[in-house]
Design a protein around this ligand. Sequence first.
Ligand SMILES: Nc1ncnc2c1ncn2[C@@H]1O[C@H](COP(=O)(O)OP(=O)(O)OP(=O)(O)O)[C@@H](O)[C@H]1O
Ligand SMILES: O=P(O)(O)OC[C@H]1O[C@H](OP(=O)(O)OP(=O)(O)O)[C@H](O)[C@@H]1O
Ligand SMILES: [Mg+2]
Length: 282
Amino acid sequence: MLRIAVPNKGSLSGPAAEMLHEAGYQQRRESKELRIVDPENEVEFFYLRPRDIAIYVSSGRLDIGITGRDLLIDSGADAEEILPLGFARSTFRFAAKPGTANGVADLKGRTVATSYEGIVAGHLADHGVDASVVHLDGAVETAIELGVAEVIADVVETGTSLRNAGLEVFGEPIMKSEAIVVRRTGADGEEPKVQQFLRRLQGVLVARTYVMMDYDCRVEQLEKAVALTPGLESPTVSPLHNEGWVAVRAMVPAKEAQRIMDDLYAIGARAILTTAIHACRL
Ligand SMILES: Nc1ncnc2c1ncn2[C@@H]1O[C@H](COP(=O)(O)OP(=O)(O)OP(=O)(O)O)[C@@H](O)[C@H]1O
Ligand SMILES: O=P(O)(O)OC[C@H]1O[C@H](OP(=O)(O)OP(=O)(O)O)[C@H](O)[C@@H]1O
Ligand SMILES: [Mg+2]
């Protein structure tokens, strides 16, 4: 039985459960459930605090976990990222009252408040900057107003929390994060059950980011059309009853679908359709 850690709360938990559900796995019905077994898929899910997930996985007791890249790095756990999942995206940044600092070098001798002490201490050490770090559990934006620190380092998604506190980011982003799948560093990457789990999640990612495109075009335009829709492997081309015409089918990135339809139309393609992909195995 594959043992998988899933975030039980916070920004990661809803989208993670949704992705697992789309991948065909049973999920808990109630937010108080801490573990469930999905016997059909031979998987057991453990609902754990997102911050703890890399630690459980590094212990080897759980095979795989879903967490945030920033949480993995902050934990210092002996676990590695094996698949980015594209949700819970954020950046991790320094912020302060306008005019306080311009970059990490200005932090020498100052105090930084954060809930991600591991990331901040590592970043300061990498830049050879000697500053003190105060660990707070959350709502760190208020630490400046209340005089606990001059600078904070925190997750920024929309920037609303910083704006509301009258703070501004400064310096380069410390890191970019998103939800990821982690496993113990150096664990057997070929394990069939793990591979199957990853293929299912990759299938969901593809179904979310690609659409299927069908169109008809004249044989003379086929090369140009195929250059616009190269597909993942190669497009399917079928003859039409009308001589001189072919039907083409290829997967295209959903974000580019409208532009590709315009370009296909411009070279004479017609009956251009897109349809959603519900599931996929590459
Ligand atoms: N707006 C956001 N706020 C917090 N975390 C976010 C946000 N957007 C993305 N994330 C990501 O979610 C993870 C944080 O998980 P965490 O459980 O701390 O979420 P949370 O929403 O802060 O929950 P909590 O209610 O426990 O504070 C990190 O990987 C972080 O980068
Ligand atoms: O850029 P934004 O879209 O405003 O999102 C970022 C904010 O959200 C998180 O706080 P959260 O609500 O999780 O509270 P916490 O600090 O108590 O964890 C994070 O710590 C920032 O404060
Ligand atoms: Mg939080």
